[in-house]
Design a protein around this ligand. Structure first.
Ligand code: THU
Length: 161
């Protein structure tokens, strides 16, 4: 038996203005997308903006449903749309802005397990890390270098032969 430890690093910023301009712009797009979230049940609004290698930006927001499991998270709306509109174009980064509807507080929220798995599918396929920028209602930003960091021992296509 041997023990193994899985660790990862983030970069954390107190204010949006402390990030490079390009990353600020992507977070602003995610913030705008959040305005169109349909979240009448949870009141938790999430916006996502995906930057592709061809410099196109594809956005998404969470879309809820009276039949709760039928709704979808912002991240998956965005990455699935990117896959559908720009098949085979690598994803460079995804910005996610999440907060309660009427709140200007709250720490950055990291993607749920299903979204981590969905984003990992693309990262694994393109064999290049996807940077993640997470911003909460309080304006703090957490930058993660790869989705694999948030999904240790991930299940991927490699297992399927
Ligand atoms: N939600 C997202 O859009 N992304 C996440 O990663 C976590 C949760 C949405 C789903 C639901 O509409 C609301 O936030 C509350 O869970």
């Amino acid at each position: 038996m041997h023990k193994k430890r899985y660790t990862f690093e983030t970069e954390e910023f107190d204010r949006l203005e402390d990030l490079p301009q390009k990353e600020q712009d992507l977070l602003k797009k995610a913030s705008e997308a959040r305005e169109h979230a349909y979240a009448p049940y949870s009141k938790f609004k999430v916006g996502a903006a995906v930057l592709l290698e061809n410099q196109e930006v594809v956005i998404g927001s969470n879309q809820e449903n009276a039949s709760f499991p039928s709704g979808l998270c912002a991240e998956r709306v965005a990455v699935f749309q990117a896959g559908a509109r720009f098949p085979g174009v690598a994803i460079q980064s995804i910005a996610i802005v999440a907060a309660l509807e009427k709140s200007s507080s709250g720490n950055p929220a990291a993607p749920c397990g299903n979204c981590r798995q969905s984003i990992f599918e693309y990262e694994n396929k393109q064999n290049k890390p996807i940077t993640m920028l997470l911003m909460g209602g309080n304006g703090r930003v957490i930058k993660c270098k790869a989705i694999a960091d948030l999904l240790p021992l991930a299940f991927g296509s490699d297992f399927l032969g």
